[in-house]
Design a protein around this ligand. Sequence first.
Ligand code: FES
Ligand SMILES: [Fe+2]
Length: 358
Amino acid sequence: MLISNAWYVAAEPQELEAGIVSRTILGQRLAIFRTAGGVLCAFEDRCPHRLVPLSLGKVIGENLRCAYHGAEFGSDGRCVKVPGQSAVPGAAAVRSFPVKQRYGYVWVWPGEAQRADESTIPSGFAAADDPDWIGGYGHFESIKADYRLINDNLFDITHAEFVHPESFAGVELQFYRNARAGTDFVDRGMTYNIEPNSIHFRTCAERLGDEGSPFWREMLAQSRGVKKWDQPVNYKLEVNWWAPSFLSFRIAIRPYDEPDAKPVEIYNVHAATPETENSSHYFYRTVRNYGDASMQKMFLDAFDFVFGQDLKILEGQQKVIGAQDLLDLRPISFRGDLLQIEARKILARLDPATRGIN
Ligand code: FES
Ligand SMILES: [Fe+2]
């Protein structure tokens, strides 16, 4: 079930510095590039002449030149030059999609161009692009799984105990199983609120010791430049999801006996972009308010390792589900599945006629 009238992360800005990016989004192969003057373009990756991928071509000034017979297309997609003839065929144009750079990503609107509304790009991604935070980018292309399985996975905190035992297993995962409606932070509890196009949940724990994930104490050790942190910590997690497929996780840690200390924080954003009905690209950024660039590789490697663990599960699920819809197969559900089911309900009711976010 694809929602075409929505913004999706199409590329990281630095990918465009290396050349034209060819990426399939919602079943459409796109050529994404920047002209010499800096205009961002997202074209259908198909020359209207003999259907050669335009991503094989070259940016010449403000135009994109096809690799085969050299036809050139302006940034609006119209053919402006055909080598060897003075006239350009009247209807010669390539489809061009709305494209924007915002919050550290290149976003594309694959649906009806006149409905593209920039205000629907999730503002929660802004923090990941704030120069006060330090961090990096990562992505996985062509994951063989429906983007909704990625949503489900990110909503589902409980799987970490089994899929990520060495990093995230801790008592705080259990709070999720007893989530209740609300917007307050509740010590060792979890509250959630469901809005028309978004879902939010949060938890916290004071004096979380060895029973919590070792990662929180590790964050403090890293930030203070010490080998180990043995003391309990105050832990806080806030998660936001925006339809169709965007999440942010904000984790704040403080020494339990330093209530006024500035928290050590990590802010992760996740974006799943459907490639087809049953495959997806997954983009993430992980930024933090401590450390320096020398920690970058360690964080990105850790993130890739953790998501690599999820990847096996997601692609395994998709193989079993095939072309069907997960819920049509009548799976049993547990308490921890509550919010992923609510997210699927939001997606199912998003403007059923036009499948749009607005
Ligand atoms: S295929 Fe592009 S100019 Fe001929
Ligand atoms: Fe996971």
